[in-house]
Write a protein that binds this ligand. Structure first.
Ligand code: BG6
Length: 490
């Protein structure tokens, strides 16, 4: 492993994400040698803490990861420092600036700075502006910004945020996190498509009937009601994760597998996504909110949720791309909380043979063929399956669906880095492939804003689905209307 040298400044260092994901990701990079002697992290948040107290928090956060050398966690934590900080006070940046310069010197980070914003989004713009004004950026190394979602709550606010960030950082210095892009099997979409003649030559409206993307969660809103009730599934999952997955499924082959080339194609794909009129949006989008069931509360009775909340905890939709490859092929997507299970999968349903000789009245047998389906299992299993029709063994002639399946082994899975580990490393390397560009985010918001506006006007009939189901009946009807079904159903 080549060591990445940098001083990382983390805004929101005592937050939940930092403690659950970020320190463990950094520790794994340290164990693999991507981080070694020449890195330091300066944590900030409002809370006063000493360096020792902060290092203790870091050690606790990584305590579930076995050390690969004695004293490793302790040694790792010695790269962590802390300054309490009020992001709205310019003079506080002066203190950070000085501290960063000292750490750079002490650890030999060669002027490389990575700023990571993992805190309330209303401060993202203020922080970026102050980083520039108070001169926290260096001239001798890289300056990069990693930023967590939510990236705005509609196109307007996202644009405002982006304009603010752009005063300090150029597009190629900004790394917008979408952790779904860090998942092994989401990245595998490109390998599957562009590495296989068998797949890519059929990847169009001549052979594909429809594509289904399901991001299903078993848990409810848990402790995040404050955020979630203001957001809802459309903003929380569709605008970002689903749009990113769909863009990778729909895009054309990039000229080369570089971040710049992949971006160009994703942007083109999102541009050709059909922008719905309000009445089309009403016809092609379904929303839901979970009821009580299995001894658990209805969404409206969760802690911190408005008892009359109209926030959706489920979305299903039919998306259409207006381009030569996809014209006429629906992309059905759905996501929700309190559904039957926790999983993410993509089902690509192929057209049936134009002529089914087995069901032909002139044939001996009378049966119909199933559609071929390519399923990409993103989580909890990682792998894919292809469903084919084959002859059933034995006398006579009947066909039956058979399954060709590849699932990653447990040891492969253990080797695969978690999304945050991978994405942290990409940001340190300056590789944008698995981050969302501004143009992608902008198109995704413009698409989603139409739906949001409609839903903000019309009062929903909530609650409308039971925990443990796959969402409201209208989600099944969305496909039934087109003579189709969800491949995964209960
Ligand atoms: C986050 C959403 O982006 O993704 C959460 O804010 C959701 O509401 C989570 O639970 C799901 O991520 P994963 O990786 O567990 O599928």
């Amino acid at each position: 492993a080549t060591e990445n040298k940098a001083v990382i400044t983390l805004f929101g260092a005592t937050g939940d994400l930092a403690k659950r994901k970020l320190y463990t990701a950094l520790f794994k990079l340290y164990q693999k040698g991507y981080l070694a002697d020449h890195f330091a992290l300066l944590g900030t948040s409002r809370r006063p803490l000493t360096d020792e107290e902060f290092q203790q928090i870091v050690r606790e956060s990584i305590s579930n990861i076995p050390e690969t050398e004695n004293g490793q966690a302790e040694a790792f934590s010695k790269h962590f420092f802390y300054k309490s900080h009020d992001v709205t006070k310019p003079e506080h940046y002066e203190i950070l600036k000085q501290r960063l310069a000292e750490l750079d010197e002490q650890f030999g980070a060669e002027g490389n700075r990575l700023f990571y914003m993992s805190m309330a989004p209303q401060f993202f713009g203020t922080i970026a502006l102050n980083l520039k004004k108070q001169g926290l950026l260096t001239d001798n190394g890289f300056n990069r910004l990693v930023i967590e979602k939510p990236f705005g709550r509609d196109f307007e606010s996202a644009k405002k945020l982006n304009d603010e960030l752009s005063q300090t950082f150029s597009e190629n210095q900004i790394f917008r996190i979408d952790h779904y892009l860090g998942k092994e099997m989401v990245q595998n979409i490109q390998a599957l498509r562009f590495g296989n003649t068998m797949i890519e030559s059929l990847w169009n409206n001549r052979y594909i009937d429809n594509i289904q993307v399901t991001l299903s969660e078993k848990l409810g809103v848990e402790e995040r009601a404050g955020y979630y009730d203001q957001s809802g599934a459309l903003r929380d999952m569709v605008q970002n994760h689903i749009m990113q997955i769909v863009a990778q499924l729909a895009m054309e082959q990039p000229v080369a597998f570089t971040d710049a080339d992949v971006r160009v194609e994703k942007i083109k794909a999102l541009r050709s996504l059909r922008l719905y009129t309000p009445s089309e949006a009403a016809a092609n989008f379904v929303r839901g909110q979970y009821d009580a069931g299995d001894g658990t509360n209805a969404y409206r009775h969760e802690d911190g949720v408005d008892p009359e909340s109209g926030t959706e905890t489920f979305v299903a939709a039919k998306l259409m791309f207006d381009n030569y490859r996809w014209s006429g092929v629906p992309f059905y997507v759905r996501t929700g909380k309190k559904l039957a299970d926790k999983f993410t999968r993509i089902d690509v349903v192929f057209k049936k043979p134009l002529i089914d000789i087995f069901a032909n009245p002139r044939s001996e047998s009378d049966q119909s063929l199933n559609s071929n389906v390519l399923t990409i299992f993103v989580e909890p299993n990682s792998g894919f399956a292809i469903q084919l029709n084959a002859k059933r063994a034995g006398q006579g002639f009947t066909t039956e669906p058979v399954d060709l399946r590849f699932l990653q082994s447990d040891s492969d899975k253990k080797e695969s880095p978690e999304p945050y580990e991978r994405l942290f490393h990409d940001a340190l390397e300056g590789n944008h492939t698995n981050f969302a560009s501004w143009a992608e985010i902008a198109y995704a918001w413009k698409f989603v804003d139409v739906i949001r506006k409609l839903w903000d006007i019309e009062k929903p009939q909530f609650p409308n689905y039971t925990p443990g189901s796959m969402g409201p009946a209208a989600s099944d009807e969305l496909l039934a209307r087109d003579g189709r079904k969800w491949v995964y159903r209960l």
